[in-house]
Design a protein around this ligand. Structure first.
Ligand code: C2O
Ligand code: CU
Ligand code: CU
Length: 545
């Protein structure tokens, strides 16, 4: 067996497990026993724990903004907490917690509080940093920046990596919510430590609702957030962290909403699942164990023009896919697993091929709204764009250079050293462009995310996009030796925005760049991401007092 340098790098990380359990067909995913150091009595097993829903947080106040439009105010505290993830042990986590004024208790932790936003109602999200001074996983300060991924927020509210909120400060983030309904998520984006911070628990879904969606897709009880992530644990139950020299973290435990391989009871009905892969590196290939289709109805930027039934699909970190599963025709007691077929260049373990299990019940269905599999869905401006409208094509090469992850050979340190002036592109406001996201290596895949806009994938290596990608996107899975062309209009907002790899150890080291929109000739940037509305000293009362 010959092992390339690249594979050595990956194997180095498997540490005590050693090379014994490894089989290494090059280019395929690597399979081995475990990454966690838990005693076997503490090691979670698939389908033993019950599914937990992500809990919604209520706004603590409602009002009107300067333009007389409605605003909902939320307050979230970033702090240490504990979670019961592995049997018999308590895991410290560092997450988002919101004091719910209706429930009179904290909601959140892992996963964080779910925020339901309505199109046309602005959200002001107060983020308070009450975290410990140091993140034990990174050994560095917990300086946070909160990004609402999927929102066309102003630059100063977009979680710009270098716009950090240290311990004892807070920042009010303003989210406009004018876009079409979609599944968003908010997660930490603190410069150079995003991976450890998000992995520690700083991640949660946020749903933007509108009329079209409410007339088409299952709602409320049957509209279910599934945040999937992988993790590895130390013997004492704490999260362990090993990103294999910044190549990626490959946990042996699959969590759904913070629960290892849960079992969910479902009624004989159509369900809508909003699947977010919140893994910091791992990509998934979800499939159902009984061969039934997953009907993809939504992508990162919302509902697709046409439903796409698939047997399985490729799902990288940060991508959101909304999937309908039809449980109408099963007998009570039927068990169906959501499995993971994995993809190239992941490291797999005994149970990473499973995600969760559904058990069909006879329970009464009281809500029959949108209990069907629609075919035609919703069109959107981005899906109507044509390549002929593009005024410029830019090539963005994601590559390893001098031991660093780079975009066109440049890193975020280069952006810092330019006093945040360096850009990979500078479209005018409302310009349509094509970006070629290119990965010349067979050794890695890169989920490339562009802030601010939604894009349409026009092709991949000259071929049409996969069925599941035919909707508005903001992350493109740029697989091994792939060139993915994306088409977008740089609309809504002038200013500086990031683009980066969403394998978070890659992003932190240092595959992140920025672009500007409509900034040519602008002297004074009123939306400067760092200076326009910085964090403030937090001498506010505690939310629960
Ligand atoms: Cu989800 Cu710039 O990130
Ligand atoms: Cu984003
Ligand atoms: Cu990458």
């Amino acid at each position: 067996m010959s092992v390339s340098r690249r594979d050595m790098l990956k194997l180095g990380a498997l540490g005590a497990v050693g090379a014994a359990g490894l089989s290494l067909p090059l280019g395929a995913s690597v399979s081995t026993k475990s990454a966690s150091r838990l005693a076997s009595k503490n090691m979670p097993k698939p389908f033993q724990a019950e599914f937990v829903r992500q809990q919604a947080l209520s706004p603590y106040q409602k009002g009107l903004n300067d333009e007389g439009k409605p605003v909902h105010y939320y307050s979230v505290t970033q702090r240490a907490g504990t979670a019961n993830i592995v049997p018999g042990l308590t895991s410290p986590v560092y997450g988002y917690y919101g004091w719910d004024i209706n429930l009179n208790r904290w909601v959140g932790g892992v996963p964080g509080p779910l925020i339901h936003a309505q199109q046309g109602t602005e959200v002001v999200l107060r983020m308070r940093n009450h975290l410990p001074r140091v993140n034990p996983l990174s050994g560095n300060a917990f300086k946070t920046s909160t990004h609402l991924h999927g929102s066309a927020s102003k630059p100063q509210y977009d979680g710009y990596a270098s716009d950090v909120t240290p311990y004892g400060f807070y920042k009010d983030y303003r989210y406009p919510n004018f876009q079409p309904a979609r599944t968003l998520w908010y997660h930490d984006h603190g410069v150079h430590f995003t991976a450890q911070n998000a992995y520690s628990g700083l991640a949660a879904q946020y749903h933007l609702h509108d009329k079209a969606e409410s007339e088409l897709l299952p709602l409320d009880e049957f509209d279910v957030a599934l945040t999937v992530s992988d993790a590895m644990f130390s013997a004492n139950g704490a999260l362990a962290y090993d990103d294999n020299s910044h190549s990626g973290l490959w946990g042996d435990v699959i969590l759904v909403n913070g629960v290892p391989w849960p079992t969910m009871k479902v009624k004989k009905r159509v369900y809508r699942f909003r699947i977010l892969n919140a893994s910091i590196s791992r990509s998934l290939r979800p499939t159902l164990s009984n061969g039934a289709p997953l009907v993809i109805v939504g992508t990162d930027g919302g509902i697709m023009p046409k439903a796409q039934p698939v047997q399985n699909y490729r799902h990288a970190g940060a991508e959101r896919y909304e999937v309908l599963i039809d449980f109408r025709n099963y007998k009570a007691g039927t068990k169906i697993q959501l499995r993971n077929l994995s993809n190239k260049n992941n490291v797999d373990y005994d149970f990473t091929n499973r995600i969760m299990e559904f058990v069909v019940t006879d329970d009464k269905i009281e809500d029959d709204r949108n209990n069907r599999i629609p075919d035609l869905l919703v069109d959107s401006p981005v899906m109507q764009l044509t390549p002929q409208e593009s005024v410029k094509t830019r090539n963005m090469s994601v590559e390893r250079k001098n031991g660093e992850w780079t975009i066109n050979g440049k890193t975020w340190v280069d952006v810092e050293n330019s006093d945040y002036k360096l850009v990979v592109g500078d479209p005018d406001l409302d310009d349509v462009e094509i970006w070629e996201l290119e990965n010349k290596s067979g050794g890695w895949f890169h989920p490339v995310h562009i802030h601010l806009i939604d894009f349409q994938i026009i092709d991949r290596n000259g071929k049409p996009p996969f069925a599941w990608e035919r909707g508005p996107k903001d992350v493109a899975y740029v697989g091994e030796n792939e060139k993915v062309r994306v088409l977008m209009r740089f609309e809504h907002q002038r200013g500086y925005y990031m683009m980066h790899c969403h394998n978070l150890p890659h992003e932190d080291h240092d595959m992140m760049q920025q672009f500007s929109v409509g900034m040519k000739g602008v002297e004074q940037d009123e939306n400067d991401p760092i200076h326009a509305d910085p964090c403030k000293v937090d001498d506010l009362p505690d939310d629960d007092s």
